[in-house]
Structures are given as structure tokens and as C-alpha cells.
Write a protein of this length. Sequence first.
Length: 363
Amino acid sequence: MSHYEERLQADLDRLRAHVGELSTLVDANIMAAVRALLALDRSAAAHAILADQRINRRVREGDRLCHAFVARHLPSAGILRTISAVLRLNVALERIGDYAVTIAREAVQLTAIPPPAVLRDIELMAEQSQEMFGQSMQAFFEHNAELARGTRGMARQIDHTMDRVFDGLAEEGERQKLSVRDLFGVLIVFNRLERISDQAKNICEEIVFAETGELPGPKQPRILFMDRANDSWSLLAEALARKTYPDLGRYESAGTEAAVQANPVLQAFLESKGLDQGVLAPAPIPKTHDALDDYDLIIGVGTVPREHLTELPFRTVFLAWDVVPAQAEHGAELTPDMLDAVAKELAERLHDLMSMIHGEQAD
């Protein structure tokens, strides 16, 4: 190894050591803030708030080290990606440190220790978020893109936990187990714990980029089209979406009162338009909250009322596409002309939707 290569490696090692020190400080302060909240220890919370000053100093030192590295070595290719990732990790770690401060500040402001059920939820959210954060940093130090990819998926489980926690918190509020001030304070704590997982996900994406050069691809929203019988209109929307935008989303359809089989007129129409992609079978709308939470969008095709969904998850968006002819809504026999008119309207709605979500990629 040449003298230059030794110097380059030494500077890289120094950067990685800095990230290790910073992540350890951040992780410790998250734990300290959560413990202070659980015990309503205002003195410990104050120490956690002040400890963030050390984290901020380390963040500034990380910026300085990265800029000095670029000026000294003029890196390219993989090493340049590593420096870019470290700079972004620095930002993510600073933000996670800020979340710990917010948790500590809420601990100072609480008027009473939250009920046991809320404390258990705080512990659970903290454990899940810290586990994800820890795995993301492990992936960084091991240069492990596969571990980073796997860790990203943990965010979804934390989202599910957050939805359940929110419902439980609302119940505690209705039973007046928490004051309004404390209720909002605890909600902020849960939000910051969830945001830790979001930053861990960002860290994972930076690791994948640094190790492979792979940039995050466009998100594929999971979309559910729904109507009453799921034997024609919602199946048509699903088939159009699958054919026109196969790589921009994941598509399903369901009915509030699912039929036994798809309408034969629809099957013939799909074949005539080159939209037949296998058997499209009617299916019932998922009943559980967690199952619905897996969808980013639920689109009602026709006049199917929103009320057919017992509870819309917090992160799921509902859209109503009133595109079905009135006579069809009132039981008129399905015809190819009806399907053709609705297909054109659906194609325009899908284009507008995908343009909004993906921009130029939709074209």
C-alpha cells in the first residue's frame, strides 16, 4: 500500500470512527430521554436536553472532517459516495438527537406519569425504533447493503404500532386518564419515536447508495380499487392500472359485497382491449385495520360510499371516482359501450393520479 493509500484509508477510518462515536451518543441520549419520561425524572430529562450540545459539536466536527477529506483527496466513485453518505448520516443523526431532546422536554412538562398502558406503548415504540436505528448503523459499519435493505422494511411495522398506539391514546383521553396538555405531550413523544425510524430508513437508503451506487427508486404505492360487487368496474380499474403503469404501483381490487365471479361481459371486453392479464376474481374488502393500513390509496369506483370502510387508517388516502353511468349504478345490464366509456374516464383519472405521485415518470 502506497503512502497516499495509507493516508486515504486512515482518513476514511477516522470518518467511520466519528460516525460510531456520534451514533453512540445519539443512541444513549434517546435512551436517557425515554427513561426520564417513563420515570417522570425531570432532573434526568434536563441532563438529556443539555447532552444534545455535545452531539451538536460532534455533528459540526463531522461536517469539517468530510469537507477536509474532499479537499485533500478529491474522491471519486465509491469513496465519493461514502463521503456523501457520511454527510447525510451526520444530518440524520443530528435530527435523531433533536427528537431525543423533544422527548426530554415533554418529560419536563408532563404533570403526571402516564397510565401503565401508555407507558408500555412508549417502551414498545422506543424499543422498535432503537432496534431499527441500531440495525441501520450496523449495516453502515459492516458495509452491508442487504442488511440495510432488510432494515428498511421494519418501518412498516413501526407504522402499524403507531396506529394502534394512537387509538389507545385516544381511548385514554376519552376516559380522561390524561389531561389535555399531557395527552398532546405524549402524542408528540410517540411522533418523535416514529420519526427516529423514518431517519433510520433514510440512513439505510444512504448505505445502499454508498455500497452499490443504487439510488432509491420511485415508491410503488399499494392501491386498492373498490366498488360493491367487484365484478366489473373496480376490476376494470385494476386491469387498466396493471397494464398502463405496471412499475409505478401495486394494484388490487375488492368489493363490499363481492360477487362469485367476474362479469362475462367484462372478461370479453378486457380480452378485446388487450387488458386480460389472467383471471381477475372478485374479492371482499379486508376487514382488519392492519390489512387496510397496508394500502396507500383506496379508490372507490362509482358511488360506493366511504362508510363501507369501517375505519380508514391514518396513512391511507381515500379517493372517490364517480365514473360509472347512472343506469349501471341502478342495475342496467353491462354493455361494451358502457365499459369503453368508463375505461376512457378511468385512464384519464389514472394518468392524473400517477402524474401527481410520480411526475414525469408517469409519461
